[in-house]
Design a protein around this ligand. Structure first.
Ligand SMILES: Cc1cc2nc3c(=O)[nH]c(=O)nc-3n(C[C@H](O)[C@H](O)[C@H](O)COP(=O)(O)OP(=O)(O)OC[C@H]3O[C@@H](n4cnc5c(N)ncnc54)[C@H](O)[C@@H]3O)c2cc1C
Length: 170
């Protein structure tokens, strides 16, 4: 149950940030400025895919934790899940949504690495690819939230770097 609540908070906070960027994009588009359009598309594609998937997987975990009640129609849970499942497909099939975001991230990576193009806010972590090599794991336990966040950001940058390097070598 607690990981599902943690996911709820993460989704809500990320959703608020994405809404902010989307609103800003709307204001800019009304002034014929399309500079945030691609980033907004990538943010929305990624969040639609991930949030609906986390929600559906979370519902299934909670359903199983209810034992027999989770399978009984009179609990209302199976109907709820049946209703929800379409969210992975409509308004953009999730695999396709992830591909859209991956394309945007890799495009930013290649622009940054080969031409030194500035990175959009949501992919700034790419600039920290080299950081991973310099990371010192001190073995301190527990890590602070900031340390944990740093390691996650660096790992993400590293993964994008590895994939981007493979694609650009083809
Ligand atoms: C309940 C419900 C309500 C809907 N309401 C509306 C509506 O009101 N208006 C409307 O216009 N549409 C509506 N739709 C349609 C919906 O938008 C489409 O079903 C959705 O976009 C997926 O497209 P598709 O069905 O062609 O599936 P496809 O895109 O053909 O997907 C089928 C499979 O192929 C995979 N796939 C597709 N492309 C790739 C790729 N490039 N690489 C790898 N794998 C890929 C997908 O992951 C998936 O597993 C609704 C759908 C549902 C289920």
């Amino acid at each position: 149950m607690l990981p599902r609540i943690a996911e709820y908070y993460a989704i809500t906070l990320a959703g608020n940030k994405i809404r902010e960027v989307s609103e800003l994009n709307k204001e800019k588009v009304l002034k014929s400025d399309f500079s945030l359009l691609q980033e907004t598309h990538s943010n929305l594609a990624f969040s639609k895919g991930l949030f609906s998937e986390l929600s559906q997987d979370g519902m299934e975990i909670l359903r199983r934790s209810m034992g027999g009640h989770g399978t009984s129609y009179y609990s209302g849970v199976p109907q709820l899940m049946n209703e929800y499942i379409a969210n992975n497909t409509h308004e953009g099939e999730n695999t396709v949504m992830y591909l859209q975001t991956a394309r945007y991230v890799l495009k930013n990576y290649l622009g940054f690495i080969t031409k030194g193009k500035p990175l959009a806010d949501s992919v700034k972590y790419i600039a920290r690819i080299q950081d991973l090599a310099d990371t010192q794991f001190t073995g301190k336990n527990p890590w602070t939230l900031e340390e944990l966040r740093n390691v996650l950001v660096r790992s993400l940058g590293h993964i994008v770097g590895v994939i981007g390097a493979r694609i650009s070598n083809k």
